[in-house]
Design a protein around this ligand. Structure first.
Ligand code: ARG
Length: 462
């Protein structure tokens, strides 16, 4: 006999190729623990609605718990013939406790089950994700504190621009991740809403207590619209967007490490344990770890796009297309979590090369803005000061000199307003000191920012 739950209206067995083509248990089996939790709650709701007797509820609960244990111990066998995680568990329950198992499906639909499971699953994933982000930020704080004295060139257009503290550069990624953390917390408010009671899409015809179900499963509230509940995947898309942002930042961080590690920059070093070699060139020490984060980011951005396209033009309410929501979501989560771990190791391992940075910060006229700002303090409007300084830099460049090496007499040729005190302005330390504004690269400001991060870390630990 055909063992499909829906076989009643069918005259023949399902085509075996179609069976393979439509199954989802090969990937949605990860939802099994959540399917059990949701089913336990639903059984209680059925009892409250007088659909199950106390005895039936007990039998169902026991059966579900047995299955839960088998899943936990890895002895449960998921079968493709049972299509998806929901049918697999329903079938297993029937095999354990008989007909009463089927009562659990009263007024309930897989269309609501799948989104309920997915929302519960993502709530757990969110916890893991938040912890990984916090660890990454913590590694940055520790590294930033250890190298607070190191100055490096800051870039715009990948050209030397102004000096910054190494710590100021590095903590950029802590700020970005703090924003992503906030995004996750915001998103959780929309994630933790309960679809159960929506049934196939029109709302269940039985007096199910939706508030009770939401509470029982740790959701904030029931979703107030049944068609929306089964048709929307906003919650997955929003997470995929956040994951994309995280990967985007990790890819930029990786790109910088790769550049900084090349001898042309030579700003940092990485420990051997975080690099790999070449099978032909014996001298090579490659930052494959960072390159792979950069490479894997493309997969996650693709996952977001793939999922967006899945929803485009899809009519309401549930369509089987929606089964394809899970592979990109699961893949993106797996990659992002692994990349956060890898990036944390990279932060922990990276070391600025102080000598080289000392050398390189002398190059590239990093202090040109200081000259312009100096002229402003002498009453010259900034645009003119900028122009004048440009001429000074050109002169210095043509004569192969540094700004701090030009004589006062040379400076005076550009403006008689320039005095001896200009030389006080022509040190990296002075340039940094002037930027002790909130969020700036002055050491005081950077220390204050680190302190703020430390405070966040302490709050997050509570
Ligand atoms: N495996 C399905 C999914 O992931 C579950 C819902 C199936 N619903 C249905 N009416 N066939 O979307």
């Amino acid at each position: 006999m055909n063992t499909k739950a829906w076989s009643g209206r069918f005259k023949e067995e399902i085509d075996t190729f179609l069976e393979d083509f439509t199954e989802s248990v090969s990937f949605d089996y990860v939802l099994a623990p959540y399917e059990i939790r949701a089913s336990l709650a639903y059984a209680k709701a059925l009892r409250k609605a007088q659909i199950l007797t106390e005895e039936e509820l007990k039998v169902i609960e026991q059966g579900l718990r047995d299955i839960e244990r088998e899943i936990r111990e890895g002895t449960f066998s998921f079968r493709k013939e049972q299509e998806d995680v929901h049918m697999n568990i329903e079938r297993a329950l029937f095999e354990k406790i008989g007909e009463v198992a089927y009562k659990l499906h009263t007024g309930r639909s897989r269309n609501e089950q799948v989104v309920t499971d997915l929302r519960l699953y993502l709530a757990d994933e969110a916890e893991e994700l938040k912890n990984l982000i916090k660890s990454f930020i913590k590694a940055i704080v520790e590294k930033g504190e250890a190298y607070i004295d190191v100055i490096m060139p800051g870039f715009t257009h990948l050209q030397h621009a102004q000096p910054v503290l190494f710590t100021h550069w590095l903590t950029t990624y802590a700020e970005a991740m703090t924003c992503h953390l906030d995004r996750i917390i915001e998103w959780e408010k929309r994630l933790k809403l309960c679809p159960l009671g929506s049934s196939a899409f029109a709302g269940t015809g039985f007096p199910i207590d939706r508030d009770f179900l939401a509470k029982e499963l740790g959701f904030l509230a029931p979703i107030p619209h049944s068609i929306y509940a089964v048709s929307s995947r906003d919650f997955s898309l929003e997470l995929l967007f956040i994951l994309s942002l995280i990967m985007l930042d990790l890819s930029r961080f990786s790109e910088e490490l790769i550049l900084w590690l090349s001898p042309e920059f030579g700003f940092i070093d990485l420990p051997d344990r975080l690099c790999t070699g070449s099978s032909i060139m014996p001298q090579k020490k490659n930052p494959d770890s960072a390159e792979l984060i950069r490479g894997k980011a493309s997969i996650v951005l693709g996952n977001l796009m793939q999922h967006l396209i899945l929803l485009k033009n899809l009519p309401l309410s549930y369509n089987r297309d929606l089964q394809e929501d899970k592979p990109p979501l699961f893949q993106a989560l797996k990659i992002t979590k692994a990349s956060l771990r890898m990036a944390t190791l990279l932060v922990e391992g990276l070391q600025p090369k102080k000598e080289r940075l000392k050398e390189i910060t002398k190059e590239g006229y990093l202090l040109a803005t200081e000259v312009a700002d100096y002229l402003v303090t002498k009453g010259i409007p900034f645009r003119q000061a900028h122009h004048l300084t440009g001429q000074i830099v050109r002169y210095a460049e043509e004569n192969n000199r540094k700004l701090e090496d030009l004589t006062l007499e040379e400076y005076k040729r550009f403006s008689p307003l320039i005095e001896k005190d200009i030389y006080q302005w022509l040190t990296l330390e002075h340039a940094l000191f002037r930027r002790n504004i909130l969020g700036g690269t002055g050491k005081k400001a950077v220390r204050a920012y680190l302190k703020k991060l430390r405070k966040n870390l302490r709050l997050w630990e509570k």
